[in-house]
Ligand binder design. Structure first.
Ligand code: AMP
Ligand code: ZN
Length: 667
């Protein structure tokens, strides 16, 4: 097969697999096979730049950087929607509609997705441009970023018009949002406030590779253009689905306002079952001819109306502002409220985020405040009811000293959060760090829970994670609710943690910004804690994917004598602070400079392990055979085309057994 044909075929197949995975939610091949195909395509494209295609599936991973987003005039204006909040308002709207058009009127009820609006332009079935709403007349060209969103088709299927725009909403589903925040908290960063702002902020990130990492989705609702040959909104939704767009299936065709209200009531009650947030329902006249008759006002179409859900907001008394100290020393102000029912739960506390937020909203103790809650997110205070403010109330003075250890707080240039710098003497930081150390992804100490850690610290039995290893059964037995058996389990659990590999210990040390992945990278590169502790800023930055912020944090950590001492003690106790001999032996340079292609099914080893073995020993794995391939590792049922190509190019073909003799770890 000619290279060009192969590239075309791969692109076509990848578009199709992408559609099955992200739109239909039923993948047809394994992730591994998908990755292999993508890798092969990437390689072919790099080697043959003349076949470049801006809509190749390889652009999903991002990489393009936009310094300034270009302003683009919309092909068709992006209107906003008029709002309604009651049955009466809907009935008024229906009356106006019926006055202006002839015949029966049907309506499509759709969910009102809460995200950032986007307009996509397709020509000849290819995505050519993605523009934000902006002021409705013109917006920003964010095409590179939008291409990384997997549910945006880069190529359409079926019978699509030659040129059209399609409108939709970029949303960040809650599950992904919660995961992103968990990761940020783990790294000691402030969590994002809500999915909507995070979604719209994502569109304007300069580095599209960053956008690619965010689990965004694009939900479409409206086709616009000349000669698109559609009769109704409902038909448009169905067609868009057939062309490969993600169009939620909840939309319903109804005949009157009563049915609209049924739809509204159902979704107002069940909105939290959806994977993403909605803030209401959009009702549209179904017949496009009638839509045209109705036209638009200066701001919004007359043929559509949004029914906004009552904001899940309540007002209540802010009794007191307290301050929490996290594991990394970050201070979070917390509002303590008179208990209030909100979105089905009782709310007593809400985050106030930081000093700026309190100042901006002028929040004071004794105020009546508005509390909101969306999805699973911590409730937040969105404003103050100034009509109820006590004339004697005083402006909130943010604390200057740590509420737990009285150390003066610091706030770094450009950061929103205050920090308590007394890392080794501030109780919640000490407790938090040890809790992190024993957590499942770190040292995974069985028989020891977070509360027991707090108890141990408060009883002065431990002051850092190294102290755990000096604990004896007699020390812990006197603790409240500590039975003989639990004490034994605890000591055993601590003992067992000495078997946990270096990379997880490194993660457990709780160095700011060193999450699980970074810990793995550092462990692999430096091999032991000694080397890591001596690394300069420059050496650290030179490690793949380690940025200045992480590097500085590592240097800071090891510049503390106390930390160095704690780590010396961990070493003495026998905690693993270097890559195991076994793992080290697995990592050689024996295959340095050799490129391998893996094909077929293997008996003794999985494809993944095979790939890992090659990489651990300095070799490279590629998806397709080229002149640069040194070895083809051939398994059962290998594709005949690969074999033919290898033979033609004179690639050395080896069996699984032959490969295994090449690397020491396998013997
Ligand atoms: P508003 O911003 O309140 O004027 O509401 C208009 C916005 O609602 C549009 O710009 C869209 O971004 C958004 N929207 C969300 N879901 C839909 C939908 N199903 N139909 C139309 N607009 C929607
Ligand atoms: Zn403190």
């Amino acid at each position: 097969m000619k290279i060009e044909e192969r590239i075309t075929q791969l692109r076509k197949d990848l578009h199709q697999h992408n559609y099955h995975y992200y739109i239909l939610d039923s993948p047809e091949i394994s992730d591994y096979d998908f990755d292999m195909m993508l890798e092969e395509l990437q390689k072919l494209e790099t080697e043959n730049p003349e076949y470049n295609d801006p809509n190749s599936p390889t652009h999903r991973v991002g990489g393009a950087v936009t310094k300034n987003f270009e302003t683009v005039v919309h092909n068709h204006r992006m209107y906003s929607l008029s709002n309604s909040y009651s049955k009466e308002e809907l009935e008024d709207w229906e009356k106006r509609v019926k006055k202006m058009v002839d015949g029966d009127v049907e309506y499509v009820c759709e969910l009102k997705y809460d995200g950032a609006s986007i307009s996509l332009t397709y020509e000849d079935g290819k995505l050519v441009r993605a523009v934000t709403r902006g002021d409705g007349f013109q917006g920003d060209d964010v095409t590179n970023n939008i291409k990384t969103i997997k549910s945006v088709p880069l190529k359409l299927k079926g019978d699509f018009p030659e040129k059209f725009d399609i409108r939709g909403e970029i949303v960040l589903p809650l599950e992904g949002f919660v995961a992103m925040n968990a990761e940020r908290v783990e790294l000691g960063e402030e969590p994002y406030a809500n999915p909507r702002n995070t979604a719209s902020g994502s569109l304007k990130l300069q580095d599209s590779a960053e956008v690619a990492k965010r689990p965004l989705e694009c939900l479409l609702y409206s086709i616009i253009g000349e000669n698109i040959n559609l009769k109704s909104q409902n038909e448009g939704l169905e067609k868009a689905r057939n062309w490969g767009f993600k169009v939620p299936k909840e939309a319903e065709l109804v005949k009157n306002v009563d049915e609209v209200l049924q739809f509204v009531n159902y979704w107002e009650k069940n909105r939290h079952e959806l994977p993403y947030e909605i803030d209401g329902v959009v009702v549209k006249v179904n017949n496009l001819h009638q839509q045209e008759e109705l036209g638009t006002t200066a701001k919004s179409p007359r043929w559509a109306i949004a029914y906004k859900f009552k904001a899940e907001q309540e007002s209540t008394l802010l009794k007191q502002i307290s301050y929490q100290v996290g594991r990394t020393g970050a201070i979070t102000p917390v509002a303590n409220l008179d208990a209030v029912q909100l979105a089905g739960t009782v709310v007593r506390r809400a985050s106030l985020h930081n000093a700026d937020q309190i100042a901006k909203l002028d929040i004071r103790e004794g105020d009546t405040v508005f509390v909101e809650k969306g999805g699973e997110i911590i409730p937040k205070i969105v404003g103050v009811d100034f009509t109820k403010r006590d004339p004697d109330s005083k402006e909130t003075e943010y604390i200057t000293h740590c509420p737990e250890c009285d150390t003066a707080l610091v706030r770094k240039e450009g950061e929103a959060q205050h920090y308590c710098p007394n890392a080794n003497g501030c109780p919640p930081q000490i407790i938090g760090r040890i809790q992190h150390y024993i957590s499942r992804k770190a040292l995974d100490i069985e028989g020891l829970g977070g509360e027991t850690v707090a108890l141990l610290v408060n009883e002065n039995l431990i002051g850092n994670y190294a102290d755990l290893y000096a604990l004896r059964k007699e020390d812990v037995l006197p603790l409240e609710r500590m039975a003989e058996r639990s004490a034994e389990n605890l000591i055993q659990g601590i003992e067992k943690s000495k078997e946990i590999p270096f990379e997880r210990v490194l993660f457990g040390l709780g160095i700011r910004y060193v999450g699980e992945t970074v810990a793995k990278k550092l462990a692999k590169h430096f091999k032991n804690i000694q080397a890591l502790s001596k690394a300069s800023l420059e050496e650290l930055v030179n490690v793949d994917e380690i940025g200045e912020r992480i590097a500085q944090s590592v240097v800071d950590f090891f510049s503390s004598e106390e930390n160095v001492h704690t780590i010396e003690r961990l070493t003495t106790y026998g905690v693993k602070l270097e890559i195991s001999a076994e793992k080290l032996a697995n990592q050689t340079d024996i295959l340095d400079g050799n490129t391998f292609v893996i094909s077929g099914v293997f008996e003794k080893i999985s494809r993944n392990d095979l790939k890992k073995l090659i990489e651990d020993n300095g070799g490279k794995v590629s998806g397709s055979i080229s002149a640069k391939t040194n070895y083809l590792v051939a398994g059962e049922n290998m594709g005949p085309s690969k074999l033919a190509k290898a033979e033609k190019l004179g690639t050395t073909i080896i069996s699984e057994d032959e490969f295994l003799t090449m690397v020491p770890a396998a013997n």
